[in-house]
Ligand binder design. Structure first.
Ligand code: M6R
Length: 365
């Protein structure tokens, strides 16, 4: 039931503050502020040196954020593949200690086949899944639930941000178990993660401004999405959301790759969406924004007050996001990208919840 919402996608975007809070509760004891694994699950991160992550679509982009989290907060090396490649890649897995799969449905054919491949190779497996009764949940050694509730819209929204929340909490937990994060820092991290629902609400409140930008986006045939560091996977996710539901051709790139090809596409007809909180990557991304502006590209910049005040270029459509510690930026910056795709699709008159050619659950290769 959509309730008072026009589409399931909109309802699911609005549910995010609540469901990311629930998901956090599975990984953090909210009374002590200590991280933990969900009830009944065990994984000893102190012994894990290398994780192989794989997933499809949005789950793959969540995994890419997960890789940044595990590497930065726990110093655990991560390999990452789309599941359709992992299952056939014949990668030597001797030094992998954990294979981690991310899936909303828990039924995606390639992800399931990758899980079976990893088990066949003798690896310990874990799955971040939203559907608790799914095949992937049944077959993985450890089940790490996202508590997003049923997701009906084909374009994943709340499952994605819940996956990010699970991965963030897990990476902090792994960092503690590996002796990389002190007990005091653990408390600071979990306090930060508890701010996510409020910040996501603040991001949702920007809907009106984003809708105005979506009206312009809907007149375009192409769009480029750029981000660096923690925001690189967000650029990929923003482009995927836009193409899935508005059918506008969109590509996501690591901002540093701009000069290696995509800059050739920039002219007055090419909108460039830049995800750039004022973090350690900001100055570098800002110089990419200048390169785009110098070639007449129209820039939509998602940043915070500090980023906006840096005055990188005039003539930029800036959406000012709340300020937050870097671990939260992927979760919170996902929201305006979802809203941009959603309102663009509405302008285009497409079927937002059931876009053409797509299925909610891809159970064949
Ligand atoms: O159920 P899963 O998370 O395994 O699904 C994976 C992809 O099919 C899915 O994320 C797809 O890319 C979505 N339509 C993205 O919005």
């Amino acid at each position: 039931d959509k309730g008072n919402y026009r589409h399931f996608m909109q309802k699911e975007i609005y549910e995010q503050p609540e469901v990311i809070g629930h998901t956090l509760g599975a990984f953090v004891d909210l009374t002590t502020g200590r991280t933990r694994l969900p009830v009944g699950q065990s994984l000893d991160f102190s012994k894990i040196r290398r994780i192989a992550l794989s997933a499809c679509g949005t789950g793959f982009y969540a995994s890419l954020v997960g890789r940044y989290y595990f590497e930065r907060y726990a110093r655990i090396a991560c390999d990452l593949d789309v599941a359709s490649e992992f299952r056939y890649r014949e990668s030597p897995l001797e030094d992998v200690d954990l294979a981690l799969f991310v899936s909303q449905s828990g039924e995606t054919a390639d992800t399931l086949a990758s899980l079976r491949h990893a088990k066949g190779e003798g690896l310990t497996t874990a799955a971040i899944v939203n559907v608790a009764e799914s095949t992937i949940a049944r077959e993985a050694d450890a089940v790490l639930p996202t508590l997003a509730g049923p997701e009906i819209g084909v374009a994943s929204t709340k499952a994605f941000t819940c996956q990010l929340m699970a991965l963030a909490a897990l990476a902090v937990h792994a960092g503690v178990e590996k002796g990389r994060i002190s007990a005091q820092d653990e408390l600071a991290f979990t306090r930060t993660l508890q701010e996510a629902p409020r910040l996501v609400n603040e991001a949702i409140a920007l809907e009106g401004q984003i809708e105005t930008l979506a009206r312009r986006m809907a007149t375009r045939n192409h769009a480029l999405f750029l981000g660096r560091g923690f925001s690189y996977p967000l650029a990929l996710e923003g482009a995927l959301k836009l193409k899935e539901i508005s059918y506008i051709h969109a590509e996501g790139y690591a901002a540093g790759e701009l000069k290696h090809g995509p800059i050739a596409l920039i002219d007055e007809t090419m909108p460039v969406v830049v995800v750039a909180p004022h973090d350690r990557s900001f100055e570098k991304t800002a110089s990419n924004v200048q390169e785009v502006a110098a070639r007449g590209g129209e820039i939509i910049l998602f940043t915070d007050a500090k980023g906006a005040a840096s005055g990188i270029v005039d003539n930029v459509h800036t959406i000012v996001m709340p300020e937050m510690p870097e671990i939260l930026t992927p979760i919170v910056y996902a929201v305006p990208l979802q809203l941009l795709a959603y309102h663009t699709a509405i302008q285009m008159g497409t079927d937002v919840d059931q876009p053409r050619n797509l299925a909610k659950s891809v159970t064949v290769e």
